[in-house]
Write a protein that binds this ligand. Structure first.
Ligand SMILES: Nc1ncnc2c1ncn2[C@@H]1O[C@H](COP(=O)(O)OP(=O)(O)OP(=O)(O)O)[C@@H](O)[C@H]1O
Length: 837
């Protein structure tokens, strides 16, 4: 509707250097809307003078230009004498505005930016504008602004108002007053009136602003007058900074029980009789190979054997194979053997089924030892998911008909409320009547069939939640073996569940005649015990005592003193199996413990002691899964005893003379995975055909029966070489195992400690060999061996890791490489099903 007005070209002002810049910034071609400024119009009016403000903050900015006082004075003079000029400019501004409105919205009404520029131009070029005197007097209309307002409004925002003759005068006077020109003659009666009228306002303004009249000051004056100019820059008060505790765990920062452990020298031994075990029981123990107590047992037994007071809990950190199992089994079984009624008195929680079976044998041995002399034969059960759940329930819990007419009626009433069998809640003890029906006027009473339950954590939780009558009300002992593993992984929140049940106090339920006062004793053990307090706190220990074998520092995982470690450099990783072959063929594979062959008892006796529960699946499983229930379909009989030698000083495997001639010692080879173990085992059989009948495999994917057969054959000396995944790296006790080979470097220090700890057990000699590729060398030497620049290891050892060479030459001959490639090819064909007959 409206055509844009394009002003004629503006003449370039000769006097102002700033003008071209301003003009360019308001160029109509670059800016669609701009204020119309007629050709002959005077430049925009200067902004009204800014009233004096109390200067509270002085920015110490040297880059600011100094104040031009002479110009300022000139401006003040103009104010005093040239009111006309000012009014003319304001009128002009008003006219502009009006004209803009008439032209429509195409003209910008306010341009504060331009106004500022104009004002700055005005300051720089203070000559009077040529046409200001031509503005008629009646147009010198004062603004109806807030005169008392200390800040002047931009010219474009000033509203036009009716002309009033008195206001300009008042405003003038006021401004003069504010400018502080010191001319008192200008203050007349009107001003007094006005001041009186607005006295309170003035006072308020003065009070709040600490009004100081602006006076001409030299910069030095100003500095003197306002010395505390930095008031406004003071920082706001802040809360105290939170200092995070970044200190490392040391003896000083640990709680006293962790910082001051009970220490025992590794070579300490004592007869069991001196530790409070009866002579009869000691005799039985001796007959089973436990003549004297080992170091850790000498320290732990006194802490756990009965005393009139309720003793605190015990945490044990001792190397692999040091006899930790017996240190808790002995006092626990002795304590429970004093009871008469079978109730669930102890829980032993372990991470794998293999360990459950192994500890079961230690318990059986001790149960036999304490059954002599009139003690109760302690009953031991296992729960590890190796059977169907219902079967496991019947092994653990028994039921009996008890005459109880009232209870019977109550039970019937509750059962009637159940509409359909589907509504029956397995977890409700009273309603779970599927197993047996009560006789009339009788109820089914559930009783524990075991005093000690050895279990994996997942299966334990299942029994707590699903087995009718299963209760921890009478439990006096909680044992957590391989604790670091069990605490690090939250198997079905087992610890919370168990803690909750153990917290239930049934009056008298945990009392025992002549024994510790009521309460639950907790014993926590590992060769790689965590010092992580957040994990340990979850155990809710009561007055704990830490027992360590001397030499152990905080955070250290000590290796047995009788262990020797070696590293073999693998120059050619693609030929790594050949290095292993050379090691097995080398002179290093010798018998380390000559005395073993003369040991008295054979493994047959031990087998006869194993319970019927042990003939089962031994898949490692800390959690419980229903799938495991059916996984033992091919289980072929009891042989768990063959995997373990707890309770026996087992003889060295007695291989036939041909076997001994072929391979004199025993080796356990660790690989990184089940797959790798199976492949390597087969490859070794191909590369060492004469040793093939002596090689076995142990992986979690191996069928249970095969695995058990392999362990039995190993313990009997029919197998000498076992290739395994990390499955058996924890706790498993293969007595007479002399060499451990890390074919693959373990993933952690803890893993290394547990792997190599399968040998050098119970004070026997053992060797650990690690094949180290170039790419792994740095990590191995720094983290595991603790050598080299920046070495950091938590592994404590007596000696050092030694470098050895097993290959005769730098490189394998062509013939051997060809042989190896042939074996690989055969392996490949077997893998795709072409091969093996
Ligand atoms: N007092 C003893 N006399 C003779 N042999 C013992 C004695 N105590 C334990 N042993 C034997 O020492 C071996 C290692 O014991 P145990 O399995 O308890 O070690 P551990 O400390 O639990 O090892 P790991 O940390 O690897 O589980 C077992 O064969 C066990 O029978």
């Amino acid at each position: 509707m409206y055509n844009r007005y394009i002003p004629p070209p503006k003449p370039k002002p000769a006097t102002s250097p700033a003008a071209p810049t301003a003009a360019s910034s308001t160029n109509s071609t670059s800016k669609p809307y701009s204020r119309y400024v007629p050709n002959n119009a005077p430049p925009p009016p200067p902004p009204p003078p800014v009233p004096a403000q109390p200067q509270r903050i002085v920015f110490n900015d040297d880059s600011l230009p100094p104040i031009d006082h002479s110009k300022r004075q000139q401006a003040i003079d103009e104010e005093l004498t040239g009111t006309v000029e000012k009014k003319t400019k304001k009128s002009k501004s008003k006219r502009d505005k009006k004209e803009s409105t008439e032209k429509g919205n195409s003209v910008e009404l306010t341009e504060p930016k331009d106004s500022k520029k104009s004002s700055s131009r005005k300051r720089k070029n203070p000559e009077p504008e040529p046409d200001q005197s031509a503005v008629p007097e009646q147009e010198k209309e004062p603004e109806d602004g807030n005169d008392e307002h200390p800040v002047s409004e931009p010219a474009a925002e000033v509203k036009p108002s009716e002309s009033t003759p008195k206001k300009p005068k008042r405003e003038k006077k006021k401004k003069r007053k504010q400018d502080g020109d010191g001319d008192t003659t200008m203050v007349d009666a009107d001003e007094d009136d006005m001041r009186r009228k607005h006295k309170s306002v003035f006072e308020k303004v003065q009070r709040s602003l600490q009004f100081q009249p602006l006076v001409e000051e030299t910069p030095s004056d100003q500095e003197e007058a306002e010395p505390q100019v930095e008031h406004g820059l003071e920082p706001l008060p802040q809360p105290e900074p939170v200092i995070l505790d970044q200190s490392k765990v040391t003896y000083e920062t640990l709680p006293p029980w962790l910082a001051s452990p009970v220490r025992v020298a590794p070579d300490t031994t004592k007869p069991f009789t001196e530790l409070g075990i009866s002579p009869e029981s000691s005799k039985v123990l001796e007959s089973k190979g436990f003549k004297d107590a080992f170091a850790v047992q000498t320290a732990v037994l006194p802490l756990l054997l009965p005393s009139p007071d309720r003793q605190g809990d015990v945490v044990v950190a001792a190397p692999t194979g040091s006899g930790k199992t017996l240190s808790y089994v002995l006092p626990m079984v002795q304590d429970i053997s004093k009871g008469r009624v079978t109730r669930l008195r102890a829980l032993i929680v372990l991470p794998t089924r293999d360990l459950v079976q192994q500890v079961q044998q230690a318990c059986e041995a001790c149960a036999a030892a304490f059954a002599v002399g009139g003690g109760k034969r302690v009953k031991i059960g296992t729960a590890m998911g190796n059977r169907v759940f219902k079967e496991e329930q019947t092994v653990i819990m028994g039921e009996e008909q008890r005459y109880d007419p009232r209870g019977y009626k109550h039970c019937l009433r509750r059962r009637d409320r159940v509409v359909s069998p589907e509504d029956s809640d397995d977890e409700d003890d009273d309603l779970n009547l599927e197993r047996s029906q009560p006789l009339p006027d009788h109820i089914i009473a559930y009783t524990s069939r075991v005093d000690i339950l050895i279990c994996t954590p997942g299966r334990l939780v299942e029994h707590i939640t699903k087995t009718p009558g299963f209760t921890l009300d009478y439990v006096r002992w909680l044992i957590v073996d391989e604790a670091d593993k069990l605490l690090a992984q939250d198997f079905q929140q087992w610890l919370d569940t168990v803690n909750e049940k153990l917290a239930v106090e049934k009056p008298g339920a945990r009392e025992f005649p002549g024994s510790n006062k009521s309460g639950v004793r907790k014993v926590i053990l590992s060769a790689t015990m965590t010092r992580d307090l957040s994990l340990l706190n979850g155990l809710k220990l009561w007055r704990p005592t830490l027992v360590v074998v001397e030499g152990t520092k905080v955070g250290e995982q000590n290796l047995p003193a009788t262990l020797q470690e070696f590293a073999i450099k693998v120059r050619e990783p693609s030929l790594k199996p050949l290095y292993l072959v050379d090691l097995l063929r080398s002179k290093h594979m010798t018998v380390l413990n000559e005395d073993a062959a003369t040991s008295a008892e054979g493994s047959e006796t031990s087998e006869s002691e194993s319970s019927s529960e042990s003939d089962s699946d031994s898949d490692s499983d800390s959690s419980s899964s229903s799938s495991s229930d059916s996984s033992d379909s091919d289980s072929s009989g009891s042989d768990s005893s063959s995997t373990s030698h707890v309770g026996k000083r087992q003889p060295k495997p007695t291989p036939s003379s041909t076997t001994k001639a072929q391979f004199p010692t025993t080796v356990l080879i660790f690989t990184k995975s089940n797959e790798a173990a199976l492949r390597l085992s087969r490859l070794l059989s191909l590369l060492l055909p004469d040793l093939a009948p002596l090689i076995g495999t142990l992986t979690s994917s191996t069928k249970t029966a095969r695995r058990l057969r392999a362990l039995r054959a190993f313990s009997q000396g029919r197998l000498c070489i076992l290739v395994a995944s990390d499955l058996v790296s924890r706790g498993i006790d293969l007595l007479n195992l002399e060499h451990v080979v890390n074919y693959d470097v373990p993933i952690s220090e803890t893993s290394y400690v547990h792997r190599v700890g399968r040998t050098a057990r119970a004070g026997r000699k053992g060797c650990a060999w690690t094949l180290v590729e170039h790419a792994e060398a740095r990590r191995f030497w720094r983290e595991f061996a603790g050598e080299g620049k920046g070495a950091v290891t938590s592994i404590g050892r007596v000696g050092k890791v030694q470098r050895v060479r097993v290959t005769e030459q730098e490189e394998f001959g062509e013939e051997r490489v060809r042989e190896y490639e042939g074996a690989l090819e055969r392996l490949r064909r077997e893998a795709v099903g072409e091969g093996r007959k």
